[in-house]
Design a protein around this ligand. Structure first.
Ligand code: MN
Length: 246
């Protein structure tokens, strides 16, 4: 498989940002070939494709059950890709990267594209070996912009718990690296506000209802034990350059 065709596939999947993800976030070569087969065969632009989960479906137990992930990844996230591919068929958007579709579209195409992109980002914000606190540049920026890690954590949790209805809580960075917490409704994402996503938690009820019923606060609290700070630090380091990567 030529590098060029792989690069094109990755661009189609998640837009520019995925290009610099470390290999651990990507499926192994044999999984890619088996799962996506002919996607690498030619130059033809392929439909947007849901990336594999970066860990097994039961990897986040006891925080999230295999059943919770199976429905969330296998039904909800998969449906956004399926809907998106139906909506863009024969339209210019079918030739864009997913990131471009998120930034440039509106209405049902935006809703499904953003939900497709947001969930892929969200899966990578958790890790079975996650938790703890960030290090390096991101840790410094958090202290600078929120006072302390504890204050950041409190504000992020509060944004997630208090968000009315369905949506996402985000840690986002502007082009200068200034961090902010954004509670955004439905499919909305920092990409739509000229901000670069660094970390997110999905607070749609479908994200937690199987395991936590109505107890969103408990679901948000559990997130911190699995948060993938190494992924967030990489995303923070990428800010402002992402558009040039692919
Ligand atoms: Mn969701």
């Amino acid at each position: 498989m030529a590098y060029g065709s792989r690069r094109q596939f990755l661009t189609g999947v998640l837009g520019a940002g995925v290009g610099l993800w470390s290999a651990r976030y990507l499926p192994q070569p044999e999984m890619r070939d088996q799962k996506h087969g002919s996607l690498f065969a030619g130059e033809k632009k392929m439909p947007f494709q849901q990336p594999p989960l970066p860990y097994p479906m039961d990897a986040l137990v006891p925080y999230l059950s295999e059943e919770q992930i199976r429905f969330h990844y296998g039904k909800h996230h998969a449906a956004y890709f399926k809907n998106l591919n139906g909506l863009v068929e024969g339209k210019p958007e079918a030739q864009w990267t997913l990131r471009e579709v998120v930034i440039r579209s509106s209405g049902p195409i935006f809703n499904n594209a953003a939900q497709a992109w947001n969930h892929t980002f969200y899966w990578n914000c958790m890790d079975p070996k996650g938790g703890g606190e960030p290090a390096g540049e991101l840790a410094q920026a958090i202290r600078r912009d929120f006072g302390s890690f504890a204050e950041f954590q409190k504000a992020f949790s509060e944004a997630a718990v208090k968000l009315f209805g369905s949506g996402w809580a985000w840690l986002a960075a502007d082009k200068d690296g200034k961090l902010s917490i954004m509670g955004l409704s439905n499919a909305d994402t920092p990409l739509k506000h000229d901000q670069e996503p660094v970390l997110t938690i999905d607070v749609w009820e479908h994200a937690y209802y199987i395991d936590y019923r109505n107890e969103r606060a408990r679901f948000v609290e559990g997130f911190w034990k699995y948060v993938n700070w190494s992924f967030a630090a990489k995303r923070y380091a990428l800010r402002g350059q992402v558009d040039q990567l692919d």
